[in-house]
Design a protein around this ligand. Structure first.
Ligand code: ADP
Length: 437
């Protein structure tokens, strides 16, 4: 079920990526293509308009004023342009074509028969867009750019429209080749980007999926761990209800057990609350300068009595009187978790040692016991939430499996490191290294 949701999510993500990349490449391709096409034709278009302008056409177009006749070009200007008349017939870069009112070409001889035939058979002069550059591709495959303007009215001639036309087969070929390369490149890069996005989405999703998996496992474990004490309390209370006339003193066992389970529940819920705050980074450290040995000795003090009552011994080796900047509340919590564990997982006759040492930038705290120890393969797992070694579950220690997760979080919050080692001949060593500042 979970796998199908993940697959569905990934497929949807993949399709969105595919569509967005396709749109991006399409837009990119169109912009580049039209830009290149424009710049390819811009030279021709500019020269077409210039040619017409120099010949006075556009300036005089549409006017019936006799003075607006085709002007002579400014001195020297016309030399800069290829002169259609001096070129081989029909081969000129800019060929002027004269049209009469019936749409027939008047200067067929001048422009050459090949061009005249091509135009007569395939081209129909439209006069709706005067003075703007247009393009046409004839059925022969030849492409042209042209501009049409109205000829000045001169009684002696039948010329109604003059068209400057330029063959642009080379430019068109270039544009087509460029378009083809652009399409091939766009498709190749689109496919590449899809693979890249698939790979990246896998990479981006994996930590999210891992934390989602962790979260669901955490919720499942938490509800399971909460259900057990709740069931015990419910059973005991139901049992008490079946004996309404009994005295409390006769029912001490179910009442005491219920109370112990309630204490366990309270501890677990406060641990869970702390961890959920840790997950949301809502807990800040309140650091202060603390004299380490004095601070640690104070925490250990009440545990001496508890250890003695369990026939265990706590010894210390507090080597330095250095100061460190720590959050005393959190470090106390850390030491209590480790001391608690050492007491829980040791037996009568065992001993627990607390050792501190200081180097230039760090201080080290070690809690070592001669208790049951931790199997090598479980040393990583004990820091996971709710993880408890099988042999610890059998003991009536009332553990929640959350203590070491909290301890690890406190150490990380102080930018420190925590290790667990084997104690010789038996037992375990919890080693913590924290920065002095
Ligand atoms: P718990 O509430 O079960 O003690 P912890 O997170 O503190 O939860 O510890 C996780 C598990 O690690 C314990 O259940 C136990 O199996 C193991 N463990 C922790 N400390 C010790 C220790 N000092 N000696 C042996 N086993 C330990």
């Amino acid at each position: 079920m979970k796998k199908t949701i993940e697959k569905k999510q990934q497929r949807r993500f993949f399709i969105y990526n595919m569509i967005s990349f396709a749109l991006i490449f399409l837009a990119f391709g169109f912009i580049i293509y039209f830009q290149v096409q424009n710049s390819l034709y811009s030279g021709v278009d500019r020269d077409l308009l210039r040619q017409a302008e120099i010949r006075g056409a556009i300036a005089g177009a549409g006017s019936s004023d006799e003075t607006n006749r085709l002007k002579e070009p400014p001195v020297g200007e016309l030399d800069k342009l290829p002169n259609p008349v001096s070129m081989p017939k029909g081969q000129g870069r800019f060929v002027p074509i004269e049209w009469d009112a019936q749409g027939d070409i008047l200067n067929k001889d001048e422009i050459g028969t090949q061009l005249a035939d091509e135009l007569s058979s395939d081209f129909k002069l439209t006069t709706s867009k005067l003075e703007t550059v247009q393009s046409v591709t004839l059925s022969s495959g030849s492409s042209f750019r042209y501009v049409v303007y109205k000829a000045p009215s001169i009684a002696s001639t039948q010329v109604r429209y003059i068209q400057f036309i330029s063959r642009v087969d080379a430019e068109k070929q270039l544009a087509e080749n460029f378009g083809r390369i652009l399409i091939i490149c766009s498709i190749s890069f689109w496919i590449l980007s899809i693979f890249a996005s698939y790979y990246l989405s896998q990479k981006a999703m994996s930590p999210i999926l891992a934390s989602w998996k962790k979260q669901t496992e955490f919720v499942a474990n938490a509800s399971h761990e909460l259900r057990t004490p709740l069931t015990i309390i419910q059973n005991k209370l139901e049992l008490l209800l079946t004996k309404p006339n009994e005295r409390i003193i006769d029912q001490m066992e179910p009442i005491a057990l219920s109370l112990s389970e309630i204490r366990h529940l309270t501890k677990m819920t406060s641990d869970l609350l702390l961890l959920s705050r840790a997950d949301s980074n809502a807990t800040m450290l309140t650091k202060e300068k603390v004299q380490l040995n004095h601070f640690i000795a104070e925490i250990i003090e009440p545990y001496q009595e508890i250890a003695a009552s369990l026939d265990m011994k706590i010894w210390t080796n507090l080597e330095s009187d250095a100061f460190a900047e720590i959050d005393p509340v959190r470090i106390q919590q850390l030491l209590v978790i480790l001391l608690d564990n050492s007491l829980k997982y040791s037996s009568a006759g065992d001993s627990i040692g607390i050792i501190t040492s200081v180097s230039e930038h760090h201080w080290q705290l070690e809690v070592r016991d001669t208790g049951q120890g931790i199997d090598k393969e479980n040393r990583e797992k004990i820091f996971e939430r709710f993880y408890r070694e099988e042999k610890s579950r059998n003991r009536e220690t009332g553990g929640t499996g959350l203590g070491l997760s909290i301890a690890k979080w406190i150490v990380e919050l102080h930018h420190g490191k925590m290790n667990v080692l084997e104690n010789e001949p038996k037992g375990s060593i919890f080693q913590i290294r924290l920065p002095l500042k």
